[in-house]
Structures are given as structure tokens and as C-alpha cells.
Design a protein. Structure first.
Length: 473
């Protein structure tokens, strides 16, 4: 039976597991980069994950093709601890030297973002054991590739496997950060099925399957918007409005999505409720017009100062509010984003190594590891800042697009009202306008009918539904 790298090191140097990293120092001093995986393995045993990153990167950059299962295991273990982002920055030709499942997953992510789906699938189709920490996330990515490729059958099969594998990992996981990541991955697989159906315009199927996502899910608030669009395409405008009005609940004040108001205005327009549509457009302009210009200027002024972006969200989380409502909501939204939380929790875990560094007895090795740790933490902070910058720019683009849509809706409403006036079809001023009737409510077997007394109940949010009568002639 093969001994672990750590056991080999301990036997070679006659040391105990906490003997001041002498094995690691001898490997480093020797300068043999082919033995760096052994060095990384020892650092992993001492939970010095971020300090080990530069050694593994250098090994991958300088070695030939890796054909060693033991090395793959070290690669998997380190990346599972520090996250994939630290290694995504490496060129593909370096990553392709390794056959480790986590590296294959990283390569698949890179090709997925480039729209090279077949190449991405090539790296995911090689077997990854169910027990491997990356397996649930690899299945989510594979299902997403099939979904955007409009291969619904394969997507549904993979998403169902993803749910089962993620559940198995959730039952065994004790770390709260990993548990959150696993639950989020599982829930994205749950909604992956209706997303695939929506892409193929199977709106009835998608409508039912979206309801399988628990309201306690971390991602449920963002999925409400997708459900609202699905209802819109089913011409169930009352339920669309019901989904959207949920975002007015105080618990969702961090949600940043200007398109919510666009869909709301469109729904009123489809019901020929011109005043409601017009009022929604005007409210949107009031909310976004004044702050939008200063928001864009603020983002542009920071350029690529990733440290400053990192500080922005951190300060917002600590209660330091900027004089711009759009920016404050955008920062609050980023702070709740699963991808940001994953990056930030890894960064905090890396900072814990500063204290553990005190156990390194060899001062020369300590200096090397300190430099490694500083390099890795700076990279992690810049990765966080880069992600924040990307999100804030995305939000700015969403606002611009929403203004364009609202301008169209405003003109369309004016045109429709003008047509009605000329055709003498608009309601008389003495008509009683009935705003709601239960006869206009539609529901499925997965939904209940709730009687509201003007307030939201926590377990009913998202089942709220309008009962407005269309005024279209």
C-alpha cells in the first residue's frame, strides 16, 4: 500500500507531524520543484492552505503532464479548501497538464464562459467520483451546459443527479460555509429543470417545476423574477404582478433588479391598465434618473482599483452608507450574492493562517510562507474586488437597458390610449372600475389560495396574486 506524501516526508526526516515544517523547508531549499506536491501536502496537513498555493501554481507551471493520482489528490484537496478562483487565473495550457477533477472542473468553467460548450463537456464527461467535493458543482455546470444548448432531456437527467449527489454531501457536511455552498448548488439544480423548460418555451411545465424550490432557499428571492416572466408568457399577468409585488416586502430591500419595474409596467400594459403602467414608468424614472448618472461616474472613477471595490462592500456591510440610493442597494445586493460570499469566506479562512504561521519554527521558511500568504491573500482580495466591479458594471448596464424598455412602454401606452380615444372605446368616467375578483385568479395543484388582510405572511410570500380584470377591448 502506498504511503502518503506526508508519511514519506516524516520517515525521510525522522520528524513528528508538528516538527516545525523541517520536511517542507528541506524540499524548498533543495529547489526540486517536482517535489513541491509533497511540500504542499505537508502544508495542507498544517492547514496552511493559502501559503501552499504559490508552490502548487509553480509546480503546474514548470512540470510536464501530470500522471500521478497522488498528486491529483493533493491538487483536489488544496483547491477544495481555497476555492477555484485562485487557479482560474492560470492559462488553460498550464491547467491542462493536470487530470485532477477540480482542475477539469475549472477548465470546463473557463470554456463554458467562452461559449465553447462541447469543449467544456469534454472535461466534465470524465468520471468524477460521487464522493469528490467538486462533484455537485460539476453536475450543476454540466446541466447548465445542456440547458443553454437546449438539450432539455440531458439537462433534466443531470440536474436530478445533481440534486441527489448534493443531498448526500449535505448530510455529511459540518462546515457552515461549505454547507451553504452545497445547498445553493442543490437549489440551482432544482430550478435548472424549469429553466431548461422555459428556454424551450414549455411554460406550463416550467410553471409547475419552479414551485419545487423551497421558499426557505437562499436563492428563492432571485428566482421569483424568473417565475414572474414565466407567468407573463403564460399570459397570467395577475400572477406576474403578484410575484413582483413580493419584492416590496422589507426583507427584500437588498434586491437590485430594475427589470422588476419593467415587467410590472409590461403586465399592466397587457391588461390595458394604462394609468397603472404609466404610473409604474414614472415611479421608475423618479427612483433611478437622478442617481443613475452619479452612480456610473462613481464606478468609472475607480477604474480597476480592486482594493477599493473590496472596501466598498465591506464598509456598506458595516453600515457606512453612500449618498446614492442605487449604489447602496447595489452594494447590499452584492454582499448577499452567493459567489461573493464564497470568495469572502475563503479570504477570511486565509487570514486565519496568519496566526498559525507562529508555529513555524524555521525563520527562513516562515519568511517564505509569509510571502506566499501575502501573495495569495492579495490575489483573493483582488478576485473579490474584480467580482464586485463586474457586478456593479452589470447593474449599470441593466439600468440603461431598463430605461430603454421604459421609454418604449411609455410611448406604447400613449399610442394605445390615443387609439382608444379615437375609437371611442375608453371607459366612461362614471363607470365603476372593479379592481379585483377571485374569478380572475388561476392556481395549480401545488398552490393554495390565501386570504390576505393587507399584510404579508412569511410563508406566503410569492404566492400573492392579483385578481385584476383586463380592460382590453
Amino acid at each position: 500500500m502506498k504511503k502518503s506524501f506526508l508519511a514519506i516526508i516524516l520517515l525521510s526526516f525522522g520528524m513528528s507531524a508538528h516538527a516545525s515544517f523541517q520536511g517542507a523547508w528541506k524540499i524548498y531549499q533543495n529547489g526540486d520543484k517536482n517535489r513541491y506536491p509533497q511540500l504542499v501536502s505537508e502544508l495542507i496537513q498544517e492547514k496552511m492552505y493559502f501559503s501552499a498555493i504559490p508552490f502548487l501554481k509553480e509546480y503546474l507551471a514548470t512540470t510536464n503532464k501530470v500522471n500521478d493520482a497522488a498528486v491529483d489528490k493533493v491538487v483536489d484537496e488544496l483547491i477544495s479548501e481555497v476555492g477555484v478562483k485562485q487557479f482560474e487565473v492560470l492559462p488553460s495550457n498550464i491547467l491542462e497538464k493536470s487530470n485532477a477533477p477540480t482542475i477539469r472542473y475549472i477548465l470546463a468553467r473557463k470554456y463554458f464562459r467562452q461559449g465553447k460548450y462541447d469543449q467544456a463537456l469534454k472535461y466534465l464527461e470524465k468520471n468524477i467520483e460521487d464522493w469528490n467535493p467538486v462533484k455537485p458543482f460539476a453536475l450543476l455546470l454540466e446541466g447548465s451546459i445542456y440547458s443553454v444548448s437546449k438539450r432539455e432531456e440531458q439537462a433534466t437527467r443531470v440536474f436530478k443527479e445533481c440534486i441527489n449527489v448534493a443531498e448526500a454531501h449535505i448530510k455529511k457536511e459540518t462546515d457552515k460555509d461549505r454547507l451553504r455552498q452545497l445547498k445553493i448548488s442543490r437549489d440551482y439544480c432544482v430550478v435548472g429543470i424549469p429553466r431548461a423548460q422555459f428556454a424551450l418555451q414549455k411554460f406550463d411545465d416550467a410553471y409547475l417545476n419552479y414551485l419545487d424550490l423551497e421558499k426557505s432557499s437562499y436563492i428563492w428571492p432571485e428566482i421569483l423574477f424568473e417565475e414572474a416572466w414565466n407567468s407573463f408568457y403564460l399570459k397570467d399577468y395577475n400572477r406576474t404582478l403578484g410575484k413582483l409585488v413580493t419584492y416590496k416586502a422589507p426583507v427584500f430591500n437588498y434586491i437590485f433588479n430594475p427589470e422588476i419595474e419593467v415587467l410590472k409596467a409590461l403586465s399592466y400594459m397587457e391588461l390595458c391598465l394604462w394609468d397603472d403602467s404609466k404610473n409604474t414608468v414614472e415611479a421608475f424614472y423618479t427612483k433611478y434618473e437622478n442617481d443613475n448618472e452619479s452612480y456610473k461616474k462613481f464606478i468609472d472613477s475607480m477604474g480597476k482599483d480592486y482594493k477599493q471595490y473590496y472596501s466598498l462592500v465591506k464598509e456598506n456591510s458595516e453600515g457606512k452608507i453612500k449618498n446614492n440610493a442605487i449604489l447602496n442597494t447595489a452594494l447590499a445586493s452584492v454582499a448577499r450574492d452567493p459567489a461573493y460570499l464564497e470568495l469572502y469566506s475563503s479570504f477570511n479562512a486565509g487570514r486565519d493562517e496568519i496566526e498559525r504561521m507562529k508555529s513555524v519554527g524555521n525563520e527562513k521558511l516562515k519568511a517564505v510562507l509569509n510571502e506566499n500568504l501575502k501573495e495569495s491573500l492579495n490575489m483573493q482580495r483582488n478576485l473579490i474586488g474584480s467580482y464586485i466591479r463586474g457586478q456593479l458594471q452589470l447593474y449599470a448596464a441593466q439600468i440603461v437597458r431598463a430605461f430603454e424598455d421604459m421609454s418604449y412602454i411609455k410611448l406604447e401606452v400613449l399610442s394605445k390610449r390615443k387609439t382608444e380615444l379615437y375609437e371611442n372605446l375608453s371607459p366612461r368616467s362614471d363607470d365603476v372600475r372593479a379592481r379585483g375578483n377571485i374569478a380572475h385568479v388561476r392556481r395549480s395543484d401545488k398552490q393554495y389560495f390565501w386570504t390576505f388582510n393587507g399584510e404579508f405572511w412569511a410563508d406566503e410570500l410569492g404566492d400573492y396574486v392579483f385578481s385584476l380584470k383586463s380592460e382590453c377591448k
